[in-house]
Design a protein around this ligand. Structure first.
Ligand code: GTP
Ligand code: SPV
Ligand code: MN
Length: 640
């Protein structure tokens, strides 16, 4: 019989579970957590217990004591090891088959396919998400979940996306059989007993059921310490009932369900109904040398520089950047027509490789306390190592992410390219004083960007809101290690949301377009496209990036202030004039960085048009159709 007195957490046997809620016994503290479960939460837990048959149920209170207990359990199981070089830091090594999001097994479930995904022309395969019928979803669950938690504990995680006192915030309850997920959710979300108090008012919540799964009979043996079922992984989003059901993976966005599943997929669908935006964007505050502060948001695809930009250390004198969020934004126009944004998250789940004192010193000052690293390399002095990080001291040995000895200069990477740090946002030395402000921060500019080695200038400005929406729709980027795609193919990634749309992309475009007139006198932010990743003929980056990206912000702020003489129109948008874009002290080829080749862009426009017509077909808004026409006519005029 499981123990009711098991330390800080609440332990309830599955069998006695239901009765226990009614019984008023036990210590006052335990009684609290259990009896506080509001009715709908209790029903969700009970239904899931019946399905998954865990041997214990643990209702998470979010306390420090509970966390230590779970960490001890993870250390015991060999899921994590302690990193004695730092304070309260741990390293997890996942199964080598469970290292990133699996986009091909991620589905939006609705009765009507067209509500969930774009419906391409001529039965062309859709590139912007996958649909599954409710019947197939039920079958997928029935084939995987019964008894999947046998011998394990089911953890109940009440969590809030957004500050608890914000009207923008939404609540979820995740059930999981992974203590690693609980510890990570504690970093990434506001989690625990205080969330349940808010739920008590009868407010709705997002149901999120997660199991790392267990391989079906005959499948390969489990990786010690990291059970998973990669052959049968599936991640389902039922829009009509605000439910997430994830099976088979313990990694990142597959398992920390508050993040991509809730805050983006379910979130964008709720946002459409309620008239706001849930986006894959960073939020930063930038103060100029005159002391004026502006906030901007930026949508870059996975592993394209959001965390780095959100923590930027500007190289230009007198500039200061402060971080509100590095991955997700929820934003809406307030009654005065001001766009306001919150970061629904509580931590950073950041890409480790490439992070160094030179590139992102702020991240380096953030991550060496209270952090769970996953799939980075380990050093013999109890620290971590990854590609791009300063070399360890002589005599220090390195063990790679697979647990094998590794030497500097080896052809294989020491850390997995999608290895991550999971670290509390409040530890960031430049966290914005308003980052938890319940009413959000006011937004003055929206940036889009991606990895574009050829043809795309460092920055250009959209002519107006509709054109900006078209620029977002036209985004493309080189594939990254954050998902299962192989190689550096350039993929369409509209709004950096390709893997995260919660509903039909055509409807999503219409929703963005509708914002222009959604509130009277909306102060529409200016929109930009940036590209830190243009390469020269030798294949070298033409732009130093990182802290130097503040020069792009410097120009954008001049544009927001309507300073004269700052822009030169091109067919694709406004680019900076030489006089107003500061490249002082840099060895860069200004003309090449900002060149807009007509030949390249005619080809690009053709390809974008084909993509949009083919993928979105019937649901492509007329405004976007017009934008395509406008782009072609600007390019053709330019040719003449
Ligand atoms: P997700 O967490 O997957 O959504 O990624 P992200 O958009 O937050 O990307 P992140 O900031 O973690 O950067 C990913 C990789 O791009 C890292 O290896 C960075 O070093 C690299 N990177 C970021 N900014 C720049 C830049 O300005 N120039 C260059 N060349 N590389 C950059
Ligand atoms: C991304 O891939 O955009 C991430 C990492 O931020 S994950 O949480 O795994 O989605
Ligand atoms: Mn991301």
């Amino acid at each position: 019989m499981p123990d009711f007195d098991g330390g800080a957490g609440e332990y309830v046997s599955a069998r006695d579970y239901a009765q226990h809620f009614q019984r008023s016994v036990g210590s006052p503290k335990k009684l609290n957590a259990v009896s506080l479960l509001p009715k709908q939460v209790r029903e969700f837990v009970e239904d899931s217990v019946r399905l998954c048959r865990p041997s214990n149920v643990h209702i998470c209170d979010g306390s420090e004591a509970e966390n230590s207990l779970l960490i001890d359990r993870l250390l015991e199981n060999g899921t994590i090891v302690r990193l004695p070089k730092y304070k309260n830091c741990f390293l997890a090594r996942s199964s080598p088959r469970d290292v990133a999001r699996v986009e091909s097994r991620t589905f939006i479930c609705t009765a009507e396919r067209r509500d969930a995904v774009n419906v391409p022309r001529d039965a062309v395969p859709g590139q912007l998400g996958n649909w599954m019928s409710p019947a197939d979803a039920d079958r997928a669950v029935a084939e995987r979940f019964p008894g999947c938690m046998e011998g394990r504990t089911m953890y109940v995680i009440p969590f809030s996306m957004g500050p608890l006192d914000s009207a923008y915030s939404k609540i979820g309850v995740q059930l999981t059989d992974s203590a690693y997920v609980v510890c990570s959710m504690r970093v990434m979300t506001r989690m625990g007993a205080r969330v349940l108090e808010r739920l008590d008012g009868g407010e709705g919540f997002v149901r999120a059921l997660h199991s790392v799964g267990r391989p079906s009979a005959g499948a390969a043996a489990e990786h010690p310490g990291w059970p998973c079922d990669p052959d049968r992984t599936v991640i389902l989003h039922k829009l009509e009932s605000n439910e997430i059901i994830s099976y088979g993976s313990g990694y990142g966005g597959n398992s920390l369900l508050g993040k991509k599943c809730f805050a983006l997929r379910i979130g964008s669908s709720i946002a459409r109904r309620e008239g706001w935006l849930a986006e894959h964007m960073l939020i930063l505050g930038v103060t100029d040398p005159r002391g004026r502060k502006r906030y901007i948001v930026a949508a870059f695809p996975s592993a394209c520089g959001k965390t780095n930009m959100a923590m930027m250390q500007p190289t230009l004198q007198g500039y200061k950047v402060e971080c509100v969020g590095d991955d997700i934004v929820w934003m809406r126009f307030d009654r005065n027509g001001q766009l306001r944004a919150i970061n629904p998250e509580f931590g950073f789940f950041g890409v480790a490789p490439g992070t160094s004192r030179a590139t992102n010193p702020v991240a380096m000052d953030t991550v060496f306390e209270n952090t769970i690293f996953t799939n980075v390399a380990q050093t013999s002095d109890g620290g971590v190592y990854w590609e791009g990080m300063e070399d360890p001291a002589p005599g220090v040995n390195i063990t790679d992410w697979l647990g094998n000895p590794w030497t500097l200069g080896s052809s294989k990477p020491a850390a997995h390219p999608n290895s991550r740090f999971c670290t509390p946002a409040e530890q960031c030395p430049i966290i914005d004083p308003n980052w938890q402000s319940p009413e959000g921060v006011p937004i003055d500019a929206i940036l889009f960007g991606g990895r574009r080695p050829k043809g795309v200038p460092l920055v250009f400005e959209a002519f107006d809101w509709k054109h900006g929406v078209f620029v977002g729709a036209s985004m493309k980027s080189e594939a990254t290690a954050a998902a299962e795609h192989k190689g550096k193919v350039i993929m369409h990634d509209p709004f950096a949301m390709r893997p995260f749309f919660g509903y039909n992309f055509g409807h999503y475009l219409q929703h963005w377009l509708s914002m222009e007139t959604a509130v009277p006198h909306a102060k529409l932010p200016k929109m930009y496209h940036v590209n830190w990743f243009r390469k020269d003929d030798q294949g070298k980056f033409m732009w130093p990036g990182y802290g130097e990206n503040c020069r792009v912000l410097d120009w954008i702020l001049q544009r927001i202030d309507d300073e004269p003489g700052t822009a030169r129109p091109t067919p694709i948008g406004n680019v900076p004039t030489r006089e107003t874009f500061n490249v002082e002290g840099l060895q860069v080829d200004f003309d090449e960085l900002f060149s807009v080749s007509n030949d390249f862009w005619i080809e690009e426009a053709r390809e974008i048009a084909e993509f949009l017509y083919e993928q979105v077909d019937q649901d492509l808004p007329k405004d976007i159709h017009d934008q395509i026409g406008n782009l072609f006519s600007r390019l053709n005029q330019n040719n003449n």
